[in-house]
Write a protein that binds this ligand. Structure first.
Ligand code: UDP
Length: 364
């Protein structure tokens, strides 16, 4: 029997694990000898950043919740490691699967590997080269002890080869976040509420911001929002505010009639808005992937990316964190002169099935 422990902790993890859970359930039904435990580390714990996604994406109730949220990076890493070590000692899985690049990814891979359990990293091998981002540290440490790399792109494969990872451990399978996007697309729905009623397709922007480089300094956050307001010609801008961003946003007290701030939205509502928007302005990683596949113009407010395929083949452009650079990009979107999605290899909605097949192949 192949016993898999699947780890999820923070918002972008839930979209990545949902289709893996479903693929395991399907394989199990077909008689494959495998089973899973779903462990929620509790890194994100409120309804809007966690609970709603379980409901919308049809993820079963976790078998364990480690309650590891809150505190500094080190406090959170330590709390999750201690609780996950106990979880793994009690259940002794064949394999632990971690996804993405959050604190839980790092903490659980270390705890598992030190107990002699194999680790699989979904979205392994991507690199921004920017060690000022906690996510890059999480990726590098996790990949240094990973046994099976499930990769999203040829660039990731090449990064891993350069680091000396043997070919047999690199499994180029595609992107589970896009499995979720494709599965959920028919269910996208307009959010309820007066501010959304007036929106017409192609006539508004969607914006998200949560990276420390953009939101931790009040003056730069204000300068960026001012530049966005200036470049979008008075069109409505829907801005679901990440908990990390909320406090500073309140302090700068920015108000504009067309800047429509909301709580974080559900997955189906958020992606409905992205799909029908004129363009997306973001510093998220996952959002650039989704916007690309939906062929929606996307500008990224970062100086680097670990997802270069969204630029080469997708609809994403890297603008940087200097508000002065934004205008020409927004002008292009306003004029409808943006590049089109070219298709990214293996981002076809079938990645999770490939992952489960590879695991069965490796462990039976
Ligand atoms: N998302 C959402 N509601 C929102 C904003 C984002 O459901 O209000 C989804 C989005 O579609 C994507 C994921 O959250 O699937 C991205 O998460 P986040 O930006 O927090 O993480 P990152 O991708 O930057 O690691």
């Amino acid at each position: 029997m192949i016993n898999i422990t699947l780890v999820a902790g923070a918002r972008p993890n839930f979209m990545k694990i949902a289709p893996i859970v479903h693929a395991i359930q399907k394989a199990k039904k077909e008689g494959k000898p495998l089973d899973f435990r779903l462990v929620h580390t509790g890194q994100h714990y409120d309804k809007k950043m966690s609970g709603d996604f379980f409901e919308q994406l049809n993820i079963p109730e976790p078998h364990a919740n480690l309650g590891g949220g809150g505190g500094t990076q080190a406090e959170q890493t330590a709390a999750i490691m201690v609780a996950f070590e106990r979880e793994v000692m009690e259940n002794r899985p064949t394999l632990v699967i971690v996804v993405g690049d959050v604190t839980s990814t790092l903490a659980c891979s270390i705890a598992a590997k030190k107990l002699g359990i194999d680790v699989a990293h979904v979205e392994g091998g991507i690199r921004s080269g920017d060690l000022s981002m906690p996510e890059e540290i999480n990726r590098m440490v996790t990949d240094s002890i990973t046994d099976h790399f499930f990769t999203t792109s040829e660039i990731a494969n090449s990064n891993l080869r350069k680091a000396g990872v043997p070919e047999a451990r690199i499994h180029f399978v595609g992107n589970t976040m896009i499995d979720t996007l494709m599965a959920q697309l028919p269910k996208f729905k307009k959010p309820e509420g007066e501010i959304f009623e007036a929106l017409t397709p192609g006539n508004y922007f969607v914006m998200t911001m949560h990276r420390p480089a953009n939101v931790d300094q009040e003056h730069s956050l204000k300068a960026m929002i001012d530049a966005i307001l200036e470049g979008t010609g008075g069109l409505p801008i829907i801005f679901p505010v990440h908990p990390r961003t909320a406090k500073n946003l309140q302090n700068i007290g920015i108000t504009a009639e067309n800047l429509l701030m909301t709580d974080p939205l559900g997955y189906l509502e958020f992606n409905y808005l992205v799909k029908n928007s004129k363009g997306v302005i973001t510093d998220s990683g996952g959002v650039t992937e989704e916007a690309s596949v939906m062929n929606v113009p996307c500008v990224t407010l970062r100086d680097n990316t670990e997802r270069a395929e969204t630029i080469h083949l997708g609809t994403n452009e890297l603008v940087g964190t200097d508000p002065g650079k934004l205008k020409p990009y927004l002008d292009k979107i306003m004029k409808g002169e943006w590049k089109q999605y070219q298709g990214i290899p293996l981002w076809d909605g079938k990645t999770s099935e490939r992952i489960v097949s590879k695991i069965v192949e490796a462990y039976l």
